[in-house]
Design a protein around this ligand. Structure first.
Ligand code: ZN
Length: 362
């Protein structure tokens, strides 16, 4: 088998870049199973110190640490943005895409024409009011990351949205929670470091629960209605994330391994079932877990997939290549969005004229 075979195996689930109707799901899905190995202590907290995300595996009854899907999603999206910036900084000519976005009414594209493209996720600090979250403020609403992972478009991003109207681009990437196959955790007591010659105890001590290095999490992601460049970029981002969780400057180093891919009208696995099965077999060695999973995935009809299969096809430092194709793909998607919304508004017939920030009555 050539290295082409995994991509061939999912061809019938991929959408064409210029295909019409890309905004409407065709019900097909690409299912990818991967592992996340803790290469350092991980801090997977939700509410603060002394807390950890855990779930009970239903068959074995074992309580294990989990990585929440929203956390995975945020880390992968951030990685996609880094890759897009690396491509921009490698000298890619994005002016064609930015101009098209500006023509469609994407507000930030007008600034990008002068200052260059950027799209950011802000930390969730507070609500700005009017339904717009501060997290959305840095988002442009038209780049590949926004087209793949979603965005909320208010008038601040998209001039087609009027008044209180917000247009949502939904994510086409859906993660399962990633389940550890064993419960290897350790509370750590930290002594807060103070500056100077005075050290304090008591209140300065705090305890946090860590997941131990060597812990293997089973992850699964489903991609709906993606094009080939979108699939490659998303899997490249997933395969090259290197940290997750709290205090990632000190903790949180991880390694992701892609294991298998499958195209179908329905899913045949869940991260929960796979983790539960491995926990039930009592397999704890990382290499044995991976071998067992590979066998299991082949039984389920997956095609083997490795990080190298993806990394060999995507090079962010190439100004052309796969990331340029990704821009083509997202602009085509955004154009379809624009067309659908403007036709819908026209078809509605209630707003005879909508120029600028016009009437509220619409
Ligand atoms: Zn964006």
């Amino acid at each position: 088998m050539t290295s082409e075979s995994w991509l061939d195996s999912v061809k019938s689930c991929l959408r064409e870049v210029d295909e019409s109707g890309r905004l409407f799901p065709n019900g097909k899905r690409i299912e990818v199973v991967f592992t996340i190995e803790a290469a350092n202590l991980l801090l997977l907290r939700t509410e603060g110190p002394g807390d950890i995300n855990e779930a009970t595996l239903p068959e074995t009854g074992l309580s294990v640490p989990i990585i929440q899907p929203q956390k995975l999603m945020a880390v992968v999206r951030r990685r996609t943005l880094q890759i897009l910036r690396a491509h921009r900084d490698a000298g890619a000519d994005l002016s064609k895409y930015i101009e098209q976005a500006a023509d469609l009414g994407f507000v930030k594209a007008k600034t990008h024409l002068e200052k260059g493209w950027n799209c950011t996720i802000q930390p969730p600090l507070a609500d700005k009011g009017g339904g717009e979250k501060l997290t959305d403020i840095g988002m442009d609403g038209y780049c590949p990351a926004c087209a793949i992972f979603g965005a909320a478009l208010t008038q601040a991003q998209f001039s087609v949205a009027s008044g209180n109207m917000s247009i949502g681009i939904k994510t086409r990437v859906h993660f399962d929670p990633a389940f550890a196959t064993a419960r290897m955790i350790q509370p750590e007591t930290h002594n807060k470091v103070t500056e100077g010659h005075i050290s304090t105890t008591g209140g300065a001590l705090f305890s946090e629960i860590h997941v131990m290095p060597g812990t293997i999490f089973i992850g699964r992601v489903v991609l709906n209605d993606v094009t080939e460049p979108e699939l490659l970029a998303t899997l490249y981002s997933l395969a090259t994330i290197e940290e997750i969780g709290g205090r990632s400057g000190v903790y949180g180093t991880i390694r992701v391994r892609l294991l298998g891919v499958r195209c179908g009208n329905h899913s045949v696995s869940t991260a929960l079932e796979l983790a539960d099965e491995i926990a039930g077999q009592g397999i704890t060695k990382p290499s044995e877990i991976i071998n067992h999973l590979k066998k299991k995935l082949q039984e389920l009809g997956f095609t083997p997939l490795s990080n190298e299969d993806i990394i060999g096809r995507v090079d962010p430092s190439d100004p052309d290549g796969a990331i340029k194709d990704l821009w083509e793909s997202s602009i085509s998607y955004i154009k379809q969005l624009y067309k659908l919304i403007t036709e819908e508004l026209r078809g509605g017939g209630k707003q005879q004229q909508r120029r600028g920030k016009g009437s509220k009555s619409g």
